[in-house]
Structures are given as C-alpha cells and as structure tokens.
Design a protein around this ligand. Structure first.
Ligand SMILES: [Zn+2]
Length: 180
C-alpha cells in the first residue's frame, strides 16, 4: 500500500471521525520492521478478553506506568485485545473506541510473529497510548531525524529509533509527553 493510499485512508478516517464522533479507529503503520523475532516472554498476570500473546506487554505497560507513579489496571478498564491479519502492508495495529463498547486493540498477527520482543512492545505500547492514555499522534523529530515519541504515526518524516538504550526515554515521553 502506497503512502498516497494511506493518506487517503487517513482523510477518510478523519471524515468518519467527524461524522461519528462517538467512534474512533486508529490504524498504525510500522515502517522500520525488525525481523529479529525473539523467544516468548513470560508473564505472571492474565488479562480477560485479551489474547495471551499480548499479556506480557500489557503487564509491562502497567509496570512501566507504576514506575512513573501512575496506577493503571487494564483489567479494570475492561480493555480487550486480539491478534488479526489486518489489511494493508506494515499495518501494525489499531485502537478502536466506541462509547458503547470497551476499547479494543488489534495487533497484526503476521507482523507480530515477525517482530522482536522490543518492537512488539513498541506497537502494543503505541496502541495502549491511544486506547488507555488517550494520546494522539506526535511526529516531532530530534536533530538526527529520530522520532521523539513512539506515538508517531509511521506516515511522518521521522524514523524510529526504539532500542534498549532509548527505550526508557521513549516510555518517559509516552506517560509524560508534556516534559518533552
Ligand atoms: Zn497510532
């Protein structure tokens, strides 16, 4: 799918959002694919109506929030999540919100299976940013052209630089965007 097609979809989504303000759907693109698929990650917590493959990342999100003084209980929020083969190349995930239903996260299954643990975290934290933190996209770049936020759309000019070294800073920005 070309950038033009994705832009057209973005315009359509924006129009849809304008017409049906109670329903929001955000579809995200992961451009910098990382094919270093890792072994499975352990989890100690379960999440109702969420695919078990996503549990380690949901748990990590709660832990990272807690490290920053935020108490987030995803089970209490009744957030749901699954893995699906989403249409579109490199579409990583989406957050769907509707006033009558719980927030729902969908992660692209083929892409998920191909991603490293770190980039699985990236795409899931991004969607949780929309669905839980109510964050919109942020396309700002630093002086090297790296995205400063993992809430970048994937359609902007900045490039992802999510590594073990930059991870903490990105997660700081996720929970406290006003400080960046
Ligand atoms: Zn997004």
């Amino acid at each position: 799918m070309s950038r033009f097609d994705l832009s057209s979809i973005a315009v359509l989504l924006l129009l849809t959002l304008t017409i049906f303000s109670s329903c929001r759907r955000d579809t995200d693109v992961l451009l910098d694919n990382n094919n270093d698929a890792s072994s499975t990650t352990s989890t100690t917590k379960s999440f109702a109506n969420v695919d078990p493959s996503l549990w380690p990342y949901f748990q990590r999100f709660e832990e990272q929030a807690a490290l920053r003084g935020l108490s987030i209980n995803l089970n209490e929020l009744e957030l749901t999540g699954d893995l699906e083969d989403l249409p579109g190349e490199n579409v990583g995930g989406q957050c769907t919100w509707h006033s009558n239903n719980p927030n729902h996260i969908t992660i692209d299954e083929p892409l998920f299976n191909d991603l490293s643990d770190l980039y699985r975290e990236f795409i899931i934290f991004h969607e949780l940013g929309h669905c839980v933190l109510d964050r919109d996209h942020r396309e700002d770049a630093d002086q090297h052209g790296s995205c400063i936020s993992l809430m970048r759309s994937g359609l902007g000019a900045c490039h992802d630089n999510y590594t073990n070294n930059t991870r903490t800073n990105y997660i700081n920005e996720l929970f406290n965007p006003n400080e960046f």
